[in-house]
Design a protein around this ligand. Sequence first.
Ligand code: NDP
Ligand code: OXD
Length: 319
Amino acid sequence: MTQTKGAILLAMKGEMGDSWHAFLNSASKDRPVVRAPVEHGDPSIDYAVAWAPEPGLLASLPNLKAIFSVGAGVDHLFRDPDLPNVPIVRVVAEDLTNRMSEYVVWRVLDHHRQGDRYRRQQTQRLWGEDLDQPVAADVTVGILGLGALGQDAARKLRALGFQVAGWSRSPKTMEGVQSFAGENGLDDFLKISDMIVCLLPLTDETRHILSLPLFEKLKKGGPFGAPVLINAGRGGQQVEEDIVTALDRRLLSAASLDVFNGEPLSPDSPLWLDERIFITPHAAATSVASAIVPGMLEQMDRHDAGEPLKNLVDRSRNY
Ligand code: NDP
Ligand code: OXD
């Protein structure tokens, strides 16, 4: 192996950090990979591949050229008050996008086909009644965030026959998808959605967006008695007590939550035992090193050759 270029710092803890390290190390032929700077102010590091790095760590690297987020979301980076002013690249990858759409389609179909009621009937050995089955064409799925992930989920839900609407900062033109944009477009979007799927980035504008004032504006009634909430964006977008209140007040009929304000979700959280809520442990779409690292290394080479980086975060919007 000839290591001729500056080093890559992998700033990522836990088991996932270990698997990323193993893959990054084997794939990076000419760049050494380190898991911590050799010294404070380590001049040898060119690039950081990071997930929730220690605050101040990246700022301590004088020759850092760019930061690569291990995920699509970058709120974990902006938690660092000293985040250096270098380009930030986020993950936009077919593998991650497909995984997220699988999660969205799974949760939409499970709510749509009343999976929880059939599972309960099964535990009671109950043949049960034939439950009402609305057809997909009578159900509107509203996606909050019509970006890389939201657009792919929208296309796949359309292919299944659902009506699909999307809400984003700027209007979108997508065949068969009703686009709503900006604060002015939100109320009309909420009025038509039977399910709300949140795929927004966490920013100052989207923090706590999934709270009672929004739930009170949702469509009343509909095929499930009240809209269903599916959140695979970020826990910081939801007010968890408000979700329970909205379920109690039948502003919502059910929820699937993949993300939480505190992760891991505390064993004491009442959400665990709430039968109206389906919980997954921030597992909607995992960043798999083998699918993502090759693109990162290619981008590092391109950047060194003076070519522009792709999938850059807009520092004025924090996503
Ligand atoms: P993108 O940046 O491609 O898309 C974000 C979308 O949100 C865009 O349509 C954007 O609008 C819209 N948006 C952002 N801010 C606002 C706002 N204030 N008002 C209205 N719309 C807004 O991101 P991705 O689709 O790649 O990812 C979305 C998020 O999904 C990530 O940030 C991450 O938090 C989450 N995620 C969760 C995972 C999990 O396992 N649970 C896995 C991967 C990602 P516009 O198009 O106009 O810019
Ligand atoms: C991501 C995530 O942002 O896994 O990619 O949450």
